[in-house]
Design a protein around this ligand. Sequence first.
Ligand code: GKR
Ligand code: MG
Length: 421
Amino acid sequence: MPRIKNVIVTPLAFRDPPLLNAGGLHEPWALRSVIEMVLDDGTIGLSETYGDDPTVNLLTECGHALAGIDVFDINAMQARVRETLARLSPPTTDGSPRTALVTMLPRVFGALEVAAFDAMGHVVKRPVYDLLGGACRRDVPFSAYLFYKFAGHKDFDDGWNDPWGNVQTPEEMVREAREMTDRYGFGSLKLKAGVFDPALEVETSKALHAAFPHMPLRIDPNAAWTVETTLKLLPQLEGILEYLEDPTPTISGMAAVQNKTKLPLATNMCTVAFEHMPETIAKGAVKVILADHHFWGGLRATVELAAMCRTWDIGLSMHSNSHLGISLTAMAHLAAATPNLSYACDTHYPWANDDVIEGGLIQFHNGCVRVEDKPGFGLTLDRAALARMHENWKRCGLRKRDDITEMRKYWPDWNPKRPRW
Ligand code: GKR
Ligand code: MG
């Protein structure tokens, strides 16, 4: 069987609109990295993940360490990544687990594992969804990810502005939702909340529900509300939401709300690793978990998470950050092969205006991404686009996401404190 020859990690930047969230404001550039796992027979497996410096550096180190491993030996890869990270992480003085091992192992190993699955698919000439157990659906539904936003970035003009304009009122949000659903065919809505006073965000939610009464709606304040605020708002939200995502911080905070309402609470913030599952389940903190293979440890780990959710009767949805088409395709293959993925997945993809794969931006059909019956993910890198977006990364100078500094360009006193209301 082919063995891993080398792993190439290329950091990229692509233009990102000024999207508001509880953590601040998106900068003009979003960072990602593309991973190419090259096998000794010339096969290349693709993956995409975060593009911040620590991730890129650790990915590069761990990628080198994989040389010589059989591409089907995922367990050997995981052991090698673990050893490499342990070597690179400074020992802690208080005896707690080494930071890089705890936080970075699932991220770094997960990104490499995705590339290995793409490569395996090419070797055996089967799509990745078949390697994960077969497709339960070929058309994977995504939801319209709605953001409050500014019209353009302050002190930045390269001639490109996104076409969505200023969105700060309920009416403007309904317009954004209308355009996004018309353009992509999405059948459900997600509002990124936690930006303005909750009264305005509840009003926006009601306006969206009134304008799209048949579309499931979820909102996500990213832990910007206290338990008390959330409890007060519940009566207005219960009839109009399919789920309420991370209204308040911590597993205990979420449990204090969930135990007082039938409205499902969802999370990609308080339960983000396997070690959080026992407390989440014991306290009945959430009814939905948003899986994300980028931080849960890859495709197989997410399948394991799905099995836990099935066992404990927890619904499964999918989380997203700013990303490109390789991640979108990996998410779609994973979702296709996960029977209990019971909600439309999140995606930031409609906010991206460039891509690194041949054929350019992936098209949604009726709000869905179709997984193709082609080897691996069925994708080929567009080398010119990769070079162009790597140049963006060199020029833009950003090396980690910093929504706080960007937000303070508008509101110098802006306080990132959470919960805020
Ligand atoms: O991109 O602004 C954003 C989102 O707020 C993102 O950072 C979150 O991770 O989309 C995410 C979420 O569902 O919490
Ligand atoms: Mg969320």
